[in-house]
Design a protein around this ligand. Structure first.
Ligand SMILES: [Cu+2]
Length: 374
């Protein structure tokens, strides 16, 4: 049993790396973790240069006997990988991962006769080709044209109504994590006679339930084969604020995901919010001393675990966001698929701070970025 498994794993790795090395990305070479530095910053004379160089020196000093100058100078010529050159076409994708970070969809609210807030959204599933790394196109399935879908945000105790329109060529559902009736669970086979369960192409279904419990949750399609429906991009964050709210903060929605671009049931591109190395090309801008709150979830398919590691700082971790007390003060959090949590931190000093998967292979394949604190 063991031997074929090992062979299978080796073949998979060869295949995913083969794609990056010579397939869809012309002239690409295997990116190495020690090179995960925004080259524009290093060469462009921006204010971040010193910080980036300092980071490089501290984290990866040595460099095989090369001076840093030589090593940086050789990058342009030797490593035309997908972190350099043209960016993905965000306009064609219809979403930009930088905007996705702070784009919370509060829907539309009205008052019920009882005085309670009724919050409503309209979500359309559609098939759409997206670019997950420069030149790497992926035939995704989307909620409202994005991967991840919109970050739905509400408050504990509200009544929620989600009108789901399936504009895709395939049957889908919206399965919410949270407390609700079985008919509202988006599970094929449950409540079919009442229009619930599978939502066929062209059909509409209205999910309605109360916002509980507070925390950071998910929604995703639950049609089988489930792995394929999730891998294609049908998922999003579902944030329920506690009734009393949380402390004011710069809030970021981050979904760890990945794409199997050659259909071998292994991923070739890893990312936060879909586009590999996006936050390395475009570091996330933060302000020194300000509270930062990250809503983090793992929707990676085909790999059992993913992680978020932060350089130069520690954060409070609130798993699932369902308690106002953190359970740990750490610099890494690991999540299996559908696990999620809230991370809170402040950066006392300016500079470029890396964050990446500490499954380092994922980092090399796109899951790495920077916070730029000013
Ligand atoms: Cu689906």
């Amino acid at each position: 049993m063991d031997e074929p498994k090992t062979e299978g794993k080796a073949r998979r790795k060869l295949s995913r790396r083969g794609l990056l090395a010579g397939g869809a990305v012309a002239g690409a070479s295997l990116p190495l973790l020690h090179e995960l530095i925004p080259h524009q910053s290093l060469h462009g004379g921006s204010g971040a240069t010193a910080e980036a160089a300092q980071h490089h020196g501290m984290a990866h000093g040595g460099g095989g006997g090369m001076s840093h100058g030589e090593s940086f100078g050789s990058h342009g010529a030797l490593h035309a990988d997908f972190r350099e050159g043209p960016d993905v076409d965000h306009a064609a994708n219809g979403f930009d991962p930088t905007a996705v970070l702070r784009d919370f969809d509060y829907g539309k609210t009205t008052r019920l006769a009882s005085g309670r807030v009724l919050r409503e959204w309209e979500i359309v599933a559609s098939d759409k080709e997206i670019e997950v790394a420069p030149g790497v196109k992926y035939a995704a399935w989307t909620y409202n044209g994005r991967v991840p879908g919109p970050t739905l945000r509400c408050r504990e105790g509200e009544r929620l109504r989600i009108r789901f329109i399936n504009g895709s060529d395939h049957p889908h559902t919206m399965h919410f994590h949270g407390v609700h009736s079985a008919f509202m669970d988006g599970m094929p086979g449950i409540g079919e006679s009442r229009g619930a369960g599978l939502v066929e192409p062209g059909e509409t279904f209205v999910y309605e339930f109360d916002a509980e419990p507070f925390g950071v949750h998910l929604y995703h399609c639950h049609v089988s084969p489930l792995a394929a429906h999730i891998a294609k991009g049908l998922y999003g964050l579902f944030v329920i604020d506690p009734a009393q709210g949380r402390e004011e903060a710069d809030e970021l929605a981050m979904v760890m995901n990945a794409f199997d671009t050659n259909f071998d049931f292994a991923n070739e591109v890893y990312a936060v919010n879909t586009v590999g190395f996006h936050y390395q090309r475009h570091p996330i801008q933060l302000r020194r001393g300000e509270l930062v709150r990250i809503y983090l979830a793992n929707l990676t398919e085909y790999d059992p675990i993913n992680s978020f590691h932060l350089h130069g700082n520690f954060f409070n971790h609130f798993p699932t966001g369902t308690s106002l007390q953190p359970i740990e003060f750490t610099d890494i959090v690991s999540q299996a698929q559908a696990q999620r949590g809230i991370l809170e931190m402040r950066f006392p000093k300016p500079g470029l701070y890396m964050f990446h998967a500490h499954v380092t292979e994922f980092a090399e394949l796109g899951w790495a970025g920077f916070f730029e604190v000013s």
